[in-house]
Every structure is written in structure tokens, then in C-alpha cells.
Design a protein around this ligand. Structure first.
Ligand code: EPZ
Length: 417
């Protein structure tokens, strides 16, 4: 298992370009199951989670050919309708094959994803919605089996906003008979990207990006080509890294509007930021005012940037407050930050972060994807050497982050261990 070693503190200077979005690529790749004929998906980042879903699609019988950042998929040869435990357990987003398999192949057997480091993360909302579309749902030895001769359009109101739940049901509904209306739908940009890809295949989806999405069922979808949107969480991670370590960086190939609430928070805390249509200029001298942040579904503050923002809060003047409203256990990074000298007190879903002069480098352990990004930022600003173990967590969702940071002047290296 690789380690990442960082010597701090570092200022970050220069330009960095974002990769395609993991959380858009995953549902778009799964949606290829719905289309007859080849689908060409480009701007797909090279990540562990992408390899996992491509392995799953191949397991189902999809022809998968990858040339550079373009992936050609053809699902006309699908023969297997079962997503096995070992693949779903590796990555819970594998449940995204459930909706497409039932819609086009009338049956799916998918291992129920276990919990993960950040929470129980059930899929009850996915299954309840599939039942409303007419699927018969049974649970058997840790697997969910969904079957339907033909799905029928329905009105579905999600109890809580669910990103992959909205995506799964949108994909199930595109081949249903009649119209489906999703209320309290997730508004994340990745949902819009998926809807755009499905409409290119011949679907009739309106309202993506709002809390009410309407899907008029069609008889068949055809293969198309689609370029995945840029990764807004990677851009937000780099933005917070510069704000925390100090420096002057142009973040290219991103949509600043996807980060409106994050930029607003940083501007109010004293960070200098300006934007163009597809880039963010950020400059910081490290002097940060305290902040209060609460994670919310889009367009609120993203839970996927909570850990990274918390590192910045350790450098703020005064005591900041972070509340994690989405997941029940997403403070795994706090214990590691404390080992680097952070003063953080947790009370339920809230954390009080007292600004400290600096952090000290230390050996730390990554526990989940975004916690590992948080520890990288902490290593960049800490005095001395930080060794981060279990960086396979980082490689699930960031394409060459260590190399991108090195180009910005970070003293960072990856070591096989
Ligand atoms: C997506 O996960 C993202 N993953 C997550 O990113 C992200 O943190 C999350 O949305 C929230 O924005 C992908 O898109 C692949 P949810 P998802 O369903 O869809 C509860 C990362 O770091 N819930 O929106 O699984 C759930 O427990 C990852 O890239 C139910 O109770 O999240 C949570 O509390 C981590 N029942 C809340 O809803 C359900 O059936 C939001 O979860 C579904 C969800």
C-alpha cells in the first residue's frame, strides 16, 4: 500500500487543470446499459472507482474499450444481470446498475452495499422508488432482486434528497411506460450531466437540476457520445488547499458556479478569489477569519468538501463551527488532525475548531476518500514531515493529486510501502 510523504509548510503557486468528475462519470458509464449500440464516454478520469465500475460492467457482459480518456461501451452483449458482493462492496456506487438493468433487461440482482466509513448509507429510497415504478423487490442472502416485465411511470417523492437515488430512478424511468415525476430530487450538477447524456440517447427528461424531474418513457435508447463534466469537488479541494497553505493559483477547466457557496464562504473569510467562465483565481496569505459552515444538498456547502474545509478552519483566527448534516459519521479525519496539533471538539454532528498557530507534521492514516484529501492539505501547511498511509482511499477519487500539487510547488512524494 502506497504512502504519501509531505514536507511543509508550502506555498502553492501556478496553474492546475481539473479532471473529469468521478461522480458524474459513474452514473453516465452505468447508463450505457440502457442504450443499444456503442456509447463513447470521454473526459473520464483515471481512478480506482472508475476501474471498479468498468470491471462490473464487463462482468455483466458489456464490451468495454478504453483509449486514453475515452471509453467505448456496448451493452448489446449483456448476458449476466448480477452485481456480485465483492464488486459492490468495493464501491457502493455500483448500485447504479440496478435501475438500468431492470429497465432494459427486466431483472437485476445486486448485492446490498454494506455501510462505509462515513455512515450506514442505506438504499431504501432507491428500492421504494423502484417498487413505485412496478418492480418486484425481494431480498435474498444480502442481495436485492428487482424484477419487472415492464416498468410503469409514477409520481415519486423522495423522503430525503439522494444523489444516486435520483440517478438510479431517472435511469429506471427512461424506458418505463408513461411519465414519471421525481419530487424532492437531488439538484447536483452530476444529475444534470446524467440527464444530458440520457437525452442524447433519446430520452425525454426535463427539470434536471431542479427538485422536480419529469421523465417521459420511451421505447428504446440509442448509443451516443458524451463528455463528462469537470470535477467540482477536485476544484473545491484545490481551492481550499491554496486558501489553507497560502499562495496564488489559477484553477483551470472548472465551472466556478458549481462552487458558489464555497467561494462565498472563502471571500467572507478574507481569501482573494476571482473567476472566469471556466477558471478560478485564488490568492491567500493564510490569514483567515473564523467561519460557520453547515453541509447541505446542492447548492448548499458540499459534504464532500467538509473535511477539507475543516483543515482551513484550524488556521482561522478564532473558533469556527462545522456541522455535517448529510452523513452521520463523517468526522473520521478529526482524530488524525488532532494528532497534528489541531484543537477540535465534536458534539454530535457539529465540530468546534479553535484556530491554532500551526499544525505539526506527523504519521497519519487516511480513513476515507475526502478525509485523505484533508490530510494532504494538513501536510502541506504543517511544520515538518507528514506521512499519510492507506492512500488507496485518495486514489479512488483524485487523479494524480500528488503530481498536481508537486507542480504547484509542494514538497510531496509517493512511496510504495
Ligand atoms: C453521493 O452519494 C456521492 N457519491 C457522495 O460522494 C456524496 O457525498 C453524496 O452523494 C452526498 O452529496 C456519488 O455520487 C457516487 P445520498 P450517495 O444518497 O448518492 C441517505 C465522494 O466522496 N440515504 O445523496 O450515496 C444517506 O444515508 C462520495 O465522492 C438514505 O437514507 O448519497 C445520506 O445520509 C462520498 N436512503 C443522505 O441520504 C437512501 O436510499 C444523502 O445520501 C439513500 C440515501
Amino acid at each position: 500500500m502506497d504512502k504519501i510523504v509531505i514536507w511543509g509548510p508550502n506555498r502553492l503557486e501556478g496553474q492546475v487543470s481539473m479532471s473529469g468528475a468521478k461522480n458524474a462519470a459513474l452514473p453516465v458509464l452505468a447508463s450505457a446499459l440502457l442504450a443499444s449500440g456503442p456509447c463513447d464516454i470521454s473526459n473520464v478520469p483515471r481512478l480506482k472507482d472508475i476501474e471498479t465500475i468498468l470491471s462490473l460492467l464487463s462482468h455483466l457482459g458489456v464490451q468495454v474499450d478504453r483509449k486514453s480518456d475515452l471509453i467505448r461501451l456496448n451493452s448489446d452483449s449483456v448476458r449476466c444481470l448480477e452485481a456480485p458482493y465483492d464488486l459492490v462492496n468495493t464501491m457502493r456506487a455500483s448500485v447504479l446498475v440496478l435501475g438500468p438493468l431492470v429497465a432494459r433487461f427486466k431483472k437485476a440482482k445486486v448485492s446490498l452495499p454494506g455501510g462505509c466509513a462515513i455512515g450506514e448509507r442505506p438504499i431504501n429510497l432507491h428500492l421504494d422508488a423502484l417498487e413505485k415504478l412496478g418492480a418486484k423487490i425481494t431480498l435474498d442472502k444480502g442481495y436485492v432482486i428487482a424484477e419487472a416485465e415492464e416498468l410503469k411511470g409514477a409520481k415519486i417523492c423522495f423522503d430525503t434528497s439522494t444523489v444516486t437515488g435520483t440517478e438510479n430512478i431517472m435511469m429506471a424511468a427512461v424506458l418505463a411506460r408513461g411519465v414519471t415525476v421525481l419530487e424532492n430530487a437531488a439538484k447536483e450538477p452530476e444529475v444534470i450531466d446524467l440527464a444530458n447524456a440520457l437525452n442524447k440517447m433519446g430520452a425525454f427528461i426535463t427539470g434536471a437540476g431542479t427538485d422536480t424531474i419529469t421523465i417521459e418513457g420511451v421505447r428504446e435508447l440509442k448509443g451516443t457520445s458524451h463528455s463528462v463534466m469537470q470535477d467540482r469537488i477536485e476544484a473545491g479541494t484545490l481551492l481550499l488547499a491554496v486558501a489553507a497553505t497560502g499562495g496564488k493559483v489559477e484553477i483551470q477547466n472548472c465551472d466556478p458556479h458549481h462552487l458558489d457557496v464555497v467561494i462565498e464562504k472563502l471571500l467572507s473569510s478574507g481569501v482573494k478569489i476571482s473567476t472566469t467562465k471556466n477558471s478560478i483565481f485564488v490568492e491567500s496569505d493564510g490569514a483567515i477569519q473564523k467561519m460557520h459552515v453547515q453541509t447541505q444538498p446542492y447548492p448548499g456547502f458540499p459534504t464532500d468538501l467538509q473535511a477539507q474545509m475543516m483543515v482551513l478552519m484550524t488556521q482561522a483566527q478564532g473558533t469556527s463551527l462545522m456541522t455535517e448534516s448529510i452523513f452521520e459519521n463523517r468526522f473520521n479525519h478529526v482524530a488524525e488532525l488532532r494528532r497534528m496539533g489541531a484543537h477540535i471538539m465534536i458534539d454530535g454532528r457539529s465540530a468546534m475548531i479553535e484556530g491554532v498557530k500551526t499544525l505539526s507534521g506527523a504519521p497519519v492514516m487516511a480513513t476515507d476518500l475526502r478525509a485523505s484529501a484533508c490530510l494532504v492539505i494538513a501536510g502541506l501547511l504543517a511544520q515538518g514531515k507528514t506521512e499519510i498511509s492507506r492512500v488507496y482511499h485518495l486514489d479512488r477519487g483524485y487523479e494524480q493529486l500528488d503530481q498536481k500539487l508537486e507542480k504547484l510547488g509542494a514538497r510531496i512524494e509517493r512511496r510504495a510501502s
